[in-house]
Design a protein around this ligand. Structure first.
Ligand code: NAD
Ligand code: WQD
Length: 338
């Protein structure tokens, strides 16, 4: 069976293409490369010894989508394509709503036309409200997002679950990711952010490799075990395997189901810094600075539903995540750019 992977050249998409190929699926990718490099797909093919089909283009391009569905027998779609920088979404809200919402609307319109209505969507823990008890369950409160990016995830969940309610032929899986980090153990594919990284791990690896001077730790006065923010970091390979499990689930069910993809364990910024230093034996200068606006103290998942229903559990440790992130960055100091 072929899976259409939108945004497949990106960080999570490329790791998922690899796991899909390893699991025996055919893979067709559409990506406009607005935040990725097609070398990621060449490397996926090199690592698996299998080929995938790549269409360079935008998911909002209805004619291109029709052509892809005509030229390929697709059994399921995984929809990663989207813009994901929280800060940028505040300064460019229209671009975020246009890209992230219209891509889903056009994609589902064409899927309905061709009668292939199985879709897995990349949602985020950001849809949960800040006032929830931890750990976050799929039934925890959602909404109240603090930036347009978060609203696009919330609204896309509403669009897709509404479709499933109205039209019983849809099979929709909403996957709420926690904090994906790490890279494939080969060090050949990984996260390659453009410009100054917003997220913790790419910032750490760029400091360690000498591209940035020092890590700024945003606040050490939170109500956590060492005062720094606590998150549920999940290895991107575990996350990718969660998508393979979700494809199987989507093919066997209809309706709309939501799953957390996290480990269930929270680590602080300083846990991350110390583990990264210990595992990789590299210097990692940091300074404590003011809190970053919009951050919360603690966020971690209850992954029980994914374990029980999808049969999926994250297996990799924080040390694995730190080792693999560094293996990728140290072997590719400029990412795919050289
Ligand atoms: P990424 O930027 O590496 O990958 C997204 C890919 O989509 C890129 O290759 C980009 O070129 C492509 N793309 C964007 N808009 C497109 C469009 N209109 N048409 C075609 N291609 C388009 O990001 P990622 O980290 O791999 O994230 C994948 C998905 O998971 C995104 O939807 C993101 O919001 C979601 N997500 C990511 C995280 C995270 O921390 N990385 C957490 C939760 C959810
Ligand atoms: C993690 C921790 C920071 C950078 C974001 C999005 C979320 C989701 C995942 C897509 C926090 C601290 C960070 C730095 C630091 N993405 N930090 N110095 O904020 O949990 O989640 O990415 O859906 O929507 O909001 O991740 O990696 O930015 O931060 O001290 O230079 O690291 O304060 O405690 P976050 P993050």
């Amino acid at each position: 069976m072929n899976v259409l992977v939108t945004g497949g050249a990106g960080y999570i998409g490329s790791h998922t293409c690899l796991e899909l190929l390893e699991s025996g699926y055919g893979v067709v990718v559409i990506d406009n490369l607005c935040n990725s490099n097609p070398k990621s797909l060449d490397r996926v093919m090199e690592l698996t010894g299998k080929t995938l089909k790549f269409y360079e283009g935008d998911v909002r391009d209805e004619a291109l989508l029709r052509k892809i569905f005509q030229e390929n027998e697709i059994g399921c779609v995984i929809h990663f394509a989207g813009l994901k920088a929280v800060g940028e979404s505040v300064s460019q809200p229209w671009r975020y709503y246009d890209n992230n919402l219209n891509s889903t609307l056009v994609l589902t319109k064409v899927m309905k036309e061709v009668g292939m209505q199985n879709i897995i969507f990349s949602s985020s823990a950001t849809v949960y409200t800040a006032d929830n008890e931890m750990p976050l369950r799929e039934t925890s409160r959602t909404g109240g997002c603090t930036n347009p990016y978060g609203w696009t995830k919330y609204m896309t969940e509403q669009i897709l679950s509404g479709l499933a309610t109205a039209e019983p032929e849809w099979s929709i899986v909403l996957l709420r990711y926690f904090n994906p980090i790490g890279a494939h153990e080969s060090g050949r594919i990984g996260e390659d952010p453009r410009g100054i990284p917003n997220n913790l791990m790419p910032y750490i690896t760029q400091v360690a490799v000498g591209r940035r001077e020092m890590l700024s730790v945003y606040g050490n006065d939170y109500d956590t075990h060492d005062g720094t923010g606590v998150r549920d970091y999940i290895h991107v390979v575990d996350l990718a395997k969660g998508h393979v499990a979700a494809v199987k689930f989507a093919m066997e069910h209809t309706g709309c189901e939501v799953f957390n993809l996290g480990t269930g364990t929270g680590y602080s910024v300083l846990d991350m810094v110390n583990t990264f230093r210990d595992v990789n034996q590299v210097a990692l200068p940091y300074k404590i600075v003011e809190r970053r606006p919009g951050d919360i103290a603690t966020c971690y998942a209850d992954p029980a539903k994914s374990r029980e229903v999808l049969g999926w559990t994250a297996t990799k440790t924080l040390a694995d995540m730190c080792r693999d992130s560094w293996n990728w960055q140290s072997n590719n100091p400029m990412g795919y750019g050289e």
